[in-house]
Design a protein around this ligand. Structure first.
Ligand code: NDP
Ligand code: MG
Length: 382
């Protein structure tokens, strides 16, 4: 066992945040919770505070902070807003930060955690999509490890253990196909929010569940893989694999393929990101290949999933193209969840925002934030 690790979690009340706390609770002698940042689910945050006794917490707004202040144990420091996220990421004395907020709102706090020299368990893929060059350059500069939590990236990371970069022929991300994988484009016209939120294999936050149905999630993951593994887009593929048993695989130049398998359970990649390079016991259900019987695969159909094609095109353009793509998608998904637009309109909004976008290459943080704001405004107005 390694020494006691002090962890802070950005987005502790979400799907990844709560599962990270589950993993920490399974190994109470190895992990201590230093800071927790939530959005607006203060009831759950207070429960987490009682159970895990963090020294510092944060909520999305000053009003929410005023609400919970009287209920916090003495000595717990309380912060709020974007500044609160940065405080949890970079203040206190955590040595490891799990980034599990949803969306590019996590960018500044992720950069602050890296600047403070903390290793990162990275779930918040939107930060790499919106500003991958800034995050990876700073991590390199500070000697900080970016440990992937996303299951596909954890799989690739595990397959690459001990391998040389020049021996990689390609990496392939598997995609479950999301809630609508068996529907035609015509049938997508009438789907509801409730239909979209019913993912066949994974229980996740609402936004990523919708992203899986549009295949935007796989597009974000291709871009995430480009930054995490330093590979050109030509070496990153996607294949449809409805069972979600093979989490992703790498082909090497001698034609050998190494894959990582397991039942879908996010606690496994979360735990590996926390214990790397060690592997610890996990209560995850063991995979029996004999019971699984067969694993199936289908070529990715880019006409069926136009948003995946667009995401990869944005990745190849680089600079602010992926920033605009991500921001437009966050707004379009929020509008769909509010029942303001139909499902297929998400893809159209992405196309329309990108058509009007002129990409800046190598943007600064300020240019990224300006582009993010402009793409959001446009996506709201369409
Ligand atoms: P959820 O929606 O379940 O959780 C999001 C978390 O972020 C919540 O704790 C929420 O707080 C918090 N949050 C949202 N906005 C703010 C804000 N402005 N300030 C502070 N906190 C905020 O999302 P997931 O856990 O599903 O996803 C989180 C990230 O992990 C995403 O980037 C996703 O793509 C990635 N990911 C998720 C996987 C999964 O299985 N869920 C798999 C792989 C990657 P509150 O609820 O209190 O408002
Ligand atoms: Mg994933």
């Amino acid at each position: 066992m390694c020494r006691l690790k002090k962890i802070s979690i950005l987005g502790s009340t979400g799907s990844i945040g709560t599962q990270t706390l589950d993993v920490a609770a399974m190994h109470p002698d190895s992990f201590e919770i230093d800071g927790l940042a939530a959005g607006s689910n203060t009831a759950l945050l207070l429960e987490q505070v009682r159970r895990f006794r963090p020294r510092r917490v944060s909520v999305a707004s000053k009003e929410l902070a005023d609400d919970i202040r009287p209920q916090l144990p003495a000595g717990v420091e309380l912060f709020s807003g974007d500044e609160g996220l940065v405080q949890i990421a970079a203040g206190g004395d955590a040595d490891y930060v799990v980034t599990a907020v949803m969306g590019s709102v996590g960018l500044r706090s992720t950069l602050a955690a890296i600047e403070a020299g903390r290793d990162i368990g990275l779930a918040n893929k939107e930060t790499l999509v919106t500003a991958g060059h800034l995050v990876t350059e700073l991590a390199r500069c500070k000697g900080v490890n970016l440990l992937p939590i996303d299951s596909e990236h954890s799989a690739i990371f595990q397959c690459l253990n001990g391998e040389r970069a020049q021996d990689i022929a390609s990496i392939t991300l598997t995609a479950s196909g999301g809630s609508f994988r068996d529907l035609t484009r015509e049938q997508l016209r009438n789907v509801t929010v409730e239909d979209a939120l019913r993912h066949p294999n994974w229980a996740m936050g609402a936004k990523i569940t919708i992203d899986s149905a549009t295949m935007v999630n796989k597009g974000l993951e291709v871009i995430e893989a480009h930054w995490l593994f330093g590979l050109p887009y030509e070496q990153i593929g996607v294949v449809l694999h409805p069972e979600s048993i093979i989490h992703s695989f790498v082909e090497f130049r001698d034609s050998s393929i190494i894959a990582q398998l397991g039942n879908p359970d996010m606690r496994v990649p979360i735990q590996y990101a926390l214990t790397y390079p060690q592997r610890w016991h996990s209560p995850a259900q063991r995979l029996s290949l004999a019971q699984a019987g067969q694993l199936t695969f289908r070529e990715m159909d880019f006409a069926r999933y136009p948003a995946l094609r667009l995401a990869i095109e944005c990745g190849k353009i680089g600079g602010t193209a992926t920033t605009a793509f991500n921001a437009a998608n966050e707004v379009a998904v929020a509008r769909f969840l509010r029942r303001d637009i139909p499902f297929v309109r998400i893809e159209e909004i992405l196309e329309e925002v990108l058509e009007r976008h002129t990409a800046e290459s190598h943007p600064s943080l300020e240019q990224i934030e300006d582009c993010d704001r402009a793409a959001r405004t446009l996506a709201h107005s369409l």
